[in-house]
Write a protein of this length. Structure first.
Length: 179
């Protein structure tokens, strides 16, 4: 855990109808002082929306060779590389060579995020998925954020329903390929 990190606890109820994933779990998320609340909430949503056996948060901003979230198989090999925000092309290139699947979750304008990758060398770029949310969705979640949180997250037909500490938010989850 990073020095000076703020710990947020999340009691999560997940019902992802689209993937057939239903589970209740508790997460302790360390927010590094240089990390914005919007980035942390996006990182949390990426974890929940990719939830499966072997998923874990990396060391975060202090780790330069791992994504924000990753999935490892039983041998320890990285199977899913999950970036958050606006990673550079070199990180995506590295991740797509290392993992079977790469996905980016962003709280920023996805058009601007993808534009930064134009013309850059990215291994299997056409396989990388860029996920974004409706404008204001992440900001609404940030307003409801506390140190101890209760979340109910439901996903059906790419529609997200989030109840965070009794604040109810909805968003369409948009998937785009980067090329």
């Amino acid at each position: 855990m990073a020095a000076g990190a703020t710990i947020h606890t999340f009691a999560v109820q997940l019902a992802d109808v689209d993937r057939g994933v239903y589970d209740d779990f508790t997460l302790r998320v360390a927010r590094h002082p240089s990390e914005t609340d919007a980035y942390m909430v996006t990182r949390l949503l990426a974890y929940c929306l990719e939830y499966q056996d072997g998923i874990a948060f990396s060391e975060g901003v202090s780790s330069t060779d791992e994504p924000a979230v990753l999935v490892r198989d039983l041998t320890g090999a990285v199977t899913v590389w999950i970036e958050v925000g606006a990673p550079d092309a070199a990180r995506l290139h590295h991740g797509s060579k290392l993992a079977d699947r790469v996905v980016v979750y962003t709280h920023r304008d996805p058009t601007k995020v993808a534009a930064a990758w134009d013309g850059k060398k990215i291994h299997q770029a056409e396989e990388i998925v860029l996920r974004s949310f409706d404008s204001g969705f992440i900001d609404g979640a940030v307003v409801a954020l506390g140190r101890r949180n209760t979340i109910t997250l439901s996903v059906t037909e790419s529609q997200l329903y989030l109840n965070l500490n009794d604040a109810v938010l909805m968003s369409v989850m948009r998937d785009e390929t980067i090329r």
